[in-house]
Design a protein around this ligand. Structure first.
Ligand code: B12
Ligand code: SF4
Ligand code: SF4
Length: 243
């Protein structure tokens, strides 16, 4: 592990109020999820994965559908994350490493709805959380109330490993809150087709214009205002701020 480099990454993230980051092993990502596309030639061995928590004030303002406050927050966090990924990539390149930032929110194909790389699956490999009943990545401290970005790199950073424990347990709050009935009793029952159809309806809300929702994130009891759940024991997860 290049501890000097890790320290510089922490300093950069701290300036941007990022509370948490982790490193994923891309070989693990590709063997654990062979069904996910890999559009890049060659192989960068690591991904730096960064979390930006969503504000409870914004999620609390949702009533049965997305609103313009949520739309702005969604865009603002995508923008922040893309900027953080760019700045981290500049730092890595200055140190002589390769760095490839993956957009926070960009699809390659409007039919297929896949991205270059899945941040959720990278976060899972890095030890940031588990697959929730709502198919989102759920972190012990932040619940699923966060957005993610990743930078692929060949920098010598120690990668984490998937969390041993965790899980949603008996909680069904997102299932009960989902207007599409897309969430079941376990993650494998998640119905992407129903979620996608609901978000396509929401997109028609005047001035919204995006497939967004946020109701299952609002419902998550973890990660709300004042949440102090300790970060799960994991060599991978690198807290930045004392949240
Ligand atoms: C395209 C897209 C969508 C599409 C399609 C969703 C989809 N298929 O993933 C639509 C428009 C429907 C959508 C909806 C939403 N999205 Co979206 N979306 C993306 C995007 C751009 C690409 C996702 C992708 O590559 N999907 C392709 C396939 C591979 O993913 P998949 O179908 O989920 O995976 C399958 C298997 O791998 C399996 N699986 C097996 N093992 C495991 C293990 C884990 C850990 C997981 C998570 C899954 C999993 O689950 C699936 C069933 O087949 C990502 C950004 C990114 N680059 O990652 C954001 C992203 C996934 N979206 C996000 C969010 C928050 C949302 C919404 C809440 C909308 C909103 N912002 O209001 C909903 C939630 C939907 C849900 N409950 O899953 C966040 C998730 C954050 C988190 N905490 O996990 C992301 C990462 C954006 C970001 N920058 O933070 N999204
Ligand atoms: S994003 Fe909305 S429609 Fe999709 S699973 Fe979550 S609550 Fe249901
Ligand atoms: S609301 Fe409950 S079931 Fe849904 S993701 Fe959060 S902890 Fe898991």
């Amino acid at each position: 592990m290049d501890t000097l480099l890790a320290g510089e990454i922490v300093a950069l993230l701290e300036r941007r109020s990022i509370p948490l980051w982790a490193v994923a092993d891309l070989a693990l990502y590709r063997t654990t999820f062979p069904e996910l596309p890999w559009p890049f030639p060659g192989q960068l061995p690591r991904a730096v994965v960064v979390v930006a928590p969503m504000l409870s004030g914004v999620l609390d303002s949702l009533e049965g559908k997305p609103n313009l406050a949520y739309l702005h927050h969604y865009r603002q966090l995508n923008n922040l994350l893309d900027r953080v990924a760019y700045e981290a990539s500049l730092l890595l390149e200055r140190k002589g490493f390769s760095a490839l930032p993956i957009a926070a929110s960009q699809t390659l194909d409007s039919e297929d709805l896949t991205a270059h790389v899945s941040h959720r699956h990278l976060g899972y490999c890095a030890g940031m959380g588990w697959r929730g009943k709502n198919n989102l990545l759920v972190n012990p401290r932040f619940g699923c109330r966060f957005r993610l970005v990743s930078v692929l790199t060949d920098a010598p950073l120690d990668a984490g490993r998937p969390l041993g424990g965790g899980g949603c347990g008996a909680c069904t709050l997102c299932r009960d809150a989902c207007p599409a009935g897309a969430i079941g009793d376990c993650a494998t029952q998640f119905r992407l087709d129903l979620c996608h159809a609901q978000l396509s309806e929401f997109r028609k809300i005047p001035r919204l214009g995006q497939r967004i929702c946020g109701l299952c994130q609002k419902a998550c009891p973890r990660g709300g205002r004042g949440s102090t759940e300790p970060l799960e024991e994991s060599a991978a997860v690198n807290p930045v701020l004392p949240w």
